[in-house]
Design a protein around this ligand. Structure first.
Ligand SMILES: Nc1ncnc2c1ncn2[C@@H]1O[C@H](COP(=O)(O)OP(=O)(O)O)[C@@H](O)[C@H]1O
Ligand SMILES: Cc1ncsc1CCOP(=O)(O)O
Ligand SMILES: [Mg+2]
Length: 274
């Protein structure tokens, strides 16, 4: 089932429009190609509406916000929604500034997101109006632990109910949930927190998996999260073998997504479904 989701991406090769940040845009484009989809990365407001129509899926990433990109996000989001395309929100650093917080609120008001993927600090911020964050990375004080797991699942389910979106909280433990069913995923490696763009790349993958599997939203998001974690594990092994650093690991990560088969995804998945 999870393997079939990846195979559908390869077979259907959806076009994914990313309105994203300039820090990790190239990695997002490459990981989109690696999973079998096709990326566009344009953020001009002049073509946003057309791109929203043309694409099979849209990924909106708040990493390096400015008024022009926000306009493009709103235009593309409304256009894509009108054509029934899946739309992903990555609320990068949502709690870091008033501008980010208010933009996240506006995007959530105006666009019917299919999935929202962020680290725990970002999801806490946009689900509850909390005002703190450690820049674009999760604050260690927010970390999901065995002790607060149930509470975090409840928060994510509640947020899913209020937005209609599948919620994916990433970190050492990943939570993917709608209002009823929850995947608790334990793939991944701590080195992934040392590679900028792991979250952004995961959001691009999520849009691709959703676009190729529109009727299996929860499973599609879970498969994207498991793909990222599993390929992070494989990339770490390569990094350790060659004694390289985080940049080498980043390249291996994209390569591992390129090579991953549906069968390997199913065999390597570490999750519990509740
Ligand atoms: N400590 C960790 N252990 C295992 N996997 C991790 C860890 N931290 C992050 N990841 C993985 O890295 C990817 C990006 O997650 P995260 O770092 O939370 O996003 P962001 O980069 O947006 O803050 C996810 O696939 C997640 O599972
Ligand atoms: C460092 C940084 N600053 C603005 S966007 C960005 C990239 C964040 O990427 P990720 O959340 O995937 O680590
Ligand atoms: Mg991020």
């Amino acid at each position: 089932m999870l393997g079939e989701i990846l195979e559908n991406v390869r077979e259907r090769s959806p076009l994914i429009q990313n309105i994203t940040n300039y820090v990790t845009a190239n990695d997002c484009a490459n990981i989109t190609l690696a999973c079998g989809a096709s990326p566009t990365m344009s953020d001009g407001e002049e073509e946003a509406e057309e791109m929203g129509r043309l694409c099979d899926g849209l990924n909106i990433n708040m990493g390096t916000l400015h008024p022009r990109s926000v306009k493009a996000m709103l235009l593309a989001g409304k256009s894509a929604a009108g054509f029934g395309r899946p739309i992903v929100l990555d609320p990068v650093g949502a709690g870091a500034s008033t501008y980010r917080r208010e933009t996240a609120e506006e995007l959530l008001r105006e666009i019917p997101f299919t999935a929202i993927r962020g680290n725990i600090s970002e999801i806490k911020t946009i689900s509850g109006g909390r005002n703190s964050s450690k820049g674009v990375d999760a604050d260690a004080a927010d970390a999901v632990t065995e002790e607060n797991l149930e509470k975090t699942i409840a928060l994510a389910r509640d947020f899913s109910g209020r937005t209609g979106a599948v919620i994916a909280i990433s970190g050492a433990v990943d939570i993917v949930t709608d209002t009823k069913n929850t995947y608790i995923i334990r793939n991944g490696h701590p080195v992934m927190a040392k590679i900028t763009g792991c979250g952004c790349m995961l959001s691009s993958l999520t849009a691709a998996y959703l676009a190729a599997n529109p009727d299996r939203k929860l499973e599609a998001v879970a498969a994207a999260v498991i793909t990222m974690g599993l390929c992070g594990e494989k990339a770490y092994e390569k990094m350790a073998e060659e004694n390289s650093g985080n940049a080498g690991c980043r390249n291996h990560l994209i390569d591992e997504v390129y090579k991953l088969t549906g069968r390997e995804l199913e065999r390597g998945a570490k999750y519990e479904l509740r």
